[in-house]
Design a protein around this ligand. Structure first.
Ligand code: GLU
Length: 477
């Protein structure tokens, strides 16, 4: 078998789409599992759709998630450049080759002519495709138009009555009739190649062994196969990944769903959860298991276990996975990932002991990173109490509890969980106050709310001095 070489080939038209992340991840996992190479290629031949900075942003996002490439822009490699706009002469050479062999032709039809053609075909319920009127132009007519500098494109001449039959690792045997394929534009009027020509040429030169891409490209495969045949090259192995669907089984779309990977990162999803979740959008192992680290996926991944049927993008599952990783990654990791959110909320987390304790308690109760900040505010800020809470604190029993603790706590320092337990018992036997009557005033004084973590954790996070001072604050002399 040829060495495994796969490529992720995004167009820099904006953010990284969830579907793009899945393709990049499968490329990466497959390359790693087969000891192969994973290549990044920037497909920027549609200049009108290009967004400045999109390519850099995409590389950065993938890098943050742990997906790095063996070859690509900024990395280098044997087959550079890896950005299509820097490879124009290679595409032109092969467009010329196709023109010379009669497998491609010049088309001078204006956009208006093409629109009228399409409308007429639609009105007659015909398959919409170019009617080949420029194919009958003589050599002289073509030469004259070219010499006059007339706007034109180069089209691929698809064979007639040809059944294209190919193997796809996900879909097994696929058959498509050439009648369903248009004479694809290969070179546009601005001189740039279309995706179809550029991708085939690059996949050949970059020695790509497997083309892993979304199902939306399946119908283009006959055109690509024909290009390989006309250029005398061997086609790669095809792998068309299933559609990603919303929970109502409609196609995942920008209009209805949040599809930008960056936005999930900003919302505070963990990379471990995002990768794990996205990997399972169309792939599973034979084990009845859902949680995998990136390393585990690298060794478990196989293209044979990618499904044909659409994969459901279920946010509840992503939330569940995120909660799992929030609780199970090392607390230091979660603390580090939360730091920017704390800093932008203006909380002072310079006491690293307090910060770690706080994150450790909060992560048990939170799904997303910013929720940890919200949860932690009770330990960093003193919130205004409601009138009702102030009344509760002023009750004689509440005052008794607070005074009792204010007197005993300093004697028991340094405090620990056992001492807090003992002190609550002693307070009950000395004051006769227990349960809510004891905990509510303590919590209101300590964390400005009636519910929160258990007392030992609350004391541990606040620290002895801060806890005692918070209790004293509510004692009415
Ligand atoms: N540039 C194409 C896209 O962004 C790549 C498709 C492919 O992987 O061949 O969808």
């Amino acid at each position: 078998m040829k060495p495994v070489r796969v490529r992720f080939a995004p167009s820099p038209t904006g953010y990284l789409h969830i579907g793009g992340l899945r393709t990049a991840l499968y490329d990466f996992l497959f390359a790693r599992s087969m000891n192969g190479k994973c290549i990044l290629r920037i497909e920027d031949t549609d200049q009108s759709r290009e967004v400045a900075g999109a390519a850099e942003n995409l590389i950065e996002t993938l890098h943050k998630l742990g997906i790095d490439f063996d070859e690509g822009p900024g990395i280098g490699g044997e087959f550079q450049p890896y950005t299509q706009s820097q490879r124009l002469s290679i595409y032109h050479k092969h467009a010329e080759q196709l023109l010379d062999s009669g497998n491609a032709y010049h088309c001078f039809c204006s956009p208006e002519t093409l629109t009228a053609m399409r409308e007429e075909q639609q009105a007659n319920a015909q398959f919409v495709k170019y009617d080949r009127r420029c194919l009958s132009l003589s050599k002289e007519e073509i030469a004259k138009k070219l010499a006059e500098g007339q706007r034109h494109v180069i089209r691929l001449k698809m064979p007639e009555n040809r059944l294209f039959s190919f193997d796809d690792i996900v879909r097994d045997k696929v058959e498509m009739d050439s009648a369903q394929s248009d004479d694809q534009v290969l070179v546009k009027s601005d001189g740039f190649p279309t995706y179809h020509l550029a991708a085939v040429v690059d996949d050949h030169y970059m020695q790509i062994s497997h083309v892993i891409r979304g199902e939306e490209w399946l119908s283009s495969t006959p055109k690509h196969l024909w290009l390989y045949e006309c250029l005398g090259w061997e086609a790669p192995i095809w792998v068309h990944l299933p559609l990603i669907l919303s929970t109502d089984r409609s196609k995942l779309s920008k209009r209805m769903n949040d599809v930008s990977v960056e936005s999930y990162i900003t919302k505070g999803y963990l990379k471990e959860a995002l990768l794990n979740f996205v990997a399972l959008l169309g792939w599973h192992t034979s084990e009845d298991r859902e949680l995998y680290s990136l390393e585990e996926m690298c060794s478990a991944f196989s293209l044979d276990r990618v499904n044909k049927s659409g994969a459901i993008f279920d946010l509840t599952k992503l939330d569940w996975m995120n909660g799992h990783y929030m609780r199970n990654l090392p607390v230091e990791t979660i603390a580090e990932r939360c730091e920017p959110y704390f800093i932008s909320s203006g909380l002072d987390i310079s006491d690293s002991h307090k910060y770690l304790r706080c994150v450790d308690v909060a992560r048990e109760r939170c799904t997303l990173l910013p929720e940890i900040v919200e949860y932690s505010k009770m330990f960093y800020l003193s919130a205004d109490l409601s009138a009702e809470d102030i009344e509760t604190l002023a009750l004689p029993d509440s005052q008794k509890v607070l005074s009792w603790f204010a007197g005993e706590l300093p004697k028991a320092m340094p405090l620990d969980a056992d001492k807090i337990h003992d002190l609550t018992k002693q307070c009950t036997s000395s004051t006769g106050i227990k349960g809510k009557g004891l905990y509510t005033p303590l919590r209101l004084a300590l964390i400005s709310q009636a519910h929160g973590p258990d007392l030992p954790n609350t004391f541990a996070i606040l620290g002895d001095t801060e806890a005692i001072s918070r209790i004293n604050r509510y004692i009415i002399q």
